[in-house]
Design a protein around this ligand. Structure first.
Ligand code: CA
Length: 523
């Protein structure tokens, strides 16, 4: 026999004592004829991450993973069969009436004290993890001009300001050609406003505007919206370069104006220094993308453990992705600290149900071909794995999309699950560190804030060794515990927040576009 022919020790992972399926953890899956530790012999080839029936499941019987029905058998499924999405009928979404409200009272966890990082303290009290000049735009029309200016700022000005990490344009597709007074239009507008005020930008707001656009600078950043800093008095006007201004004769005049304004802000940013601050100043957004069946077994539980550590340290943590928590709404409303928090969560779910209904779809439109290839049969199974990122702490707040987060502890920030839209909305909330889990693999990154990427499988971590920051696949391999990887992530977060370590996405300067959530019509 060659090594390839040697029967491999089957590695199965089940999540709950009630489960009648388990997932195959072996790289490359398992062949038919494999005798499983639980008894049955495999009847089919089962790919890695996919489910196998541990017992006979009769037609219409519940298929249980995470201890809950993730689907109902469309026909008899004998023990040892591959249980894939074509054999399952998806459960209907849980009604939003009669949910358990604030019923779970978790044991209070001991505060975690003494953990600090080196951050940039802002005049408004917030703390940045990076020192970035971010140039706000009112409209997509100015993007080409601003790109040109940013390239020149990077080559000609930035080297003179060694304490500034980067210069970026906050570009987007909003600003004109939109029904700006329609219901829902307040979401993209407040998102842009609050992103401009992200703690990583030090309050140094400057705007590039075209002139004739619907989203006028004063509407984007009305008087009083920018916190008064050490440098800025209460009456100081918004710093705007308007391309249609009659003073501009030729393209270079616009570039000179942008560069001149940028120089003033670079000087102020360059004077910022990192200071020692408590870990409670972290504002962390967690999300997942390119998920597989291991997401809920390895990376998301490790992130959930880390979420609990952050909450114990007094930090702010946001979890999001409405369509990926919808099927677990009863678990979330029961963990709410108060009936008001639970009610706010239900309202966000109801709003999103109606939003999807407008397109005649529901939350099942979320799953991708890659999710299914990775073993996730449907949105119910995906959601059970997704919410584990929120750990076990009480949920003390709900944040509507585009709003700024103003409290510590664990908050449900209601955003779409789309990676770029979720990241954009978490930036608007004031996120200064992002944690992203992936099973299929994505090179996702943000220019505005560091993104720590956590791989769900060792195979991915090996192949993408220079893109993944943490390998949670070691949990499935039996090499590390969830707690060990959770602590590893926590320590890495303090190092990355301090600028002592860069994430791989920062190393390679990989970043995705800001993508605004605009539920309102365009014109
Ligand atoms: Ca996502």
């Amino acid at each position: 026999m060659t090594a390839a022919d040697t029967p491999r020790r089957p590695l199965l992972i089940s999540m709950h004592a009630r489960d009648n399926v388990a997932i195959v953890a072996n790289d490359g899956g398992l062949p038919p004829g494999t005798v499983l530790p639980a008894g049955p012999t495999l009847r089919d080839q089962v790919p890695q991450g996919h489910k196998v029936a541990l017992r006979d499941i009769p037609a219409d019987g519940a298929v249980l993973r995470y201890g809950i029905p993730i689907g109902y058998a469309l026909k008899d499924i004998p023990a040892g069969s591959w249980v894939h999405e074509r054999l399952l009928k998806m459960p209907t979404a849980r009604e939003l009436e009669g949910l358990p409200i604030a019923t779970v009272k978790p044991e209070p966890q001991a505060p975690l004290e003494g953990y600090t990082f080196e951050g940039y303290r802002n005049a408004d009290g917030s703390v940045g993890t990076r020192n970035i000049l971010a140039i706000t735009t009112t409209v997509q029309c100015v993007a080409g001009v601003l790109d040109f200016a940013v390239q020149r700022i990077k080559t000609e000005l930035l080297p003179k300001y060694p304490n500034v990490d980067d210069v970026i344009g906050l570009e987007h597709t909003y600003g004109c050609g939109v029904a700006i007074d329609a219901e829902g239009a307040e979401i993209p507008i407040r998102t842009l406003r609050n992103i401009s005020l992200n703690p990583n930008f030090g309050g140094e707001v400057m705007v590039v505007s075209l002139g004739c656009e619907k989203l006028q600078p004063e509407r984007l950043l009305p008087p009083g919206s920018i916190p008064i800093t050490d440098q800025r008095g209460a009456n100081e006007a918004l710093d705007v370069v308007c391309l249609q201004d009659e003073a501009h004769i030729g393209f270079m005049s616009m570039i000179d104006a942008i560069m001149g304004t940028a120089k003033n802000h670079l000087e102020k940013l360059n004077a910022r220094r990192r200071v020692n601050v408590p870990a409670s100043e972290l504002v962390v957004g967690v999300q997942c993308g390119g998920s597989d069946a291991f997401s809920g077994v390895t990376a998301n539980p490790a992130v959930g453990y880390c979420t609990d550590l952050l909450v114990r340290a007094g930090a702010s943590v946001m979890f999001s992705e409405v369509t990926e928590v919808r099927d677990a709404i009863d678990q979330l409303t029961s963990r709410a600290t108060t009936p008001e928090v639970a009610e706010a969560m239900i309202q966000q779910m109801a709003w999103y149900d109606a939003y999807l209904q407008r397109g005649r779809v529901d939350r099942s439109a979320n799953t991708t071909p890659g999710n299914k290839k990775g073993g996730l049969s449907n949105i119910v199974e995906k959601a059970m794995g997704s919410i584990i990122k929120s750990g076990s702490s009480p949920i003390s707040g709900v944040l509507p999309p585009g709003e700024k987060l103003r409290q510590t502890g664990l908050t449900f920030a209601a955003t779409p699950a789309s990676d770029f839209i979720c990241g954009t909305l978490q930036l608007a909330a004031g996120m200064n560190l992002h944690v992203f889990t992936t099973g299929r693999g994505t090179p996702y990154g943000l220019a505005e804030c560091p993104v720590i990427k956590v791989a769900t499988r060792s195979d991915l971590a090996r192949r993408w060794h220079d893109l993944m920051d943490v390998n949670a696949g070691t949990i499935a391999d039996g090499d590390k515990t969830i707690e060990e990887v959770g602590w590893e992530l926590f320590q890495l977060m303090l190092d990355v927040a301090s600028g002592r370590k860069k994430t791989w996405a920062e190393q390679w300067k990989l970043h995705n576009a800001l993508v605004l959530f605009n539920p309102a019509p365009v014109t």
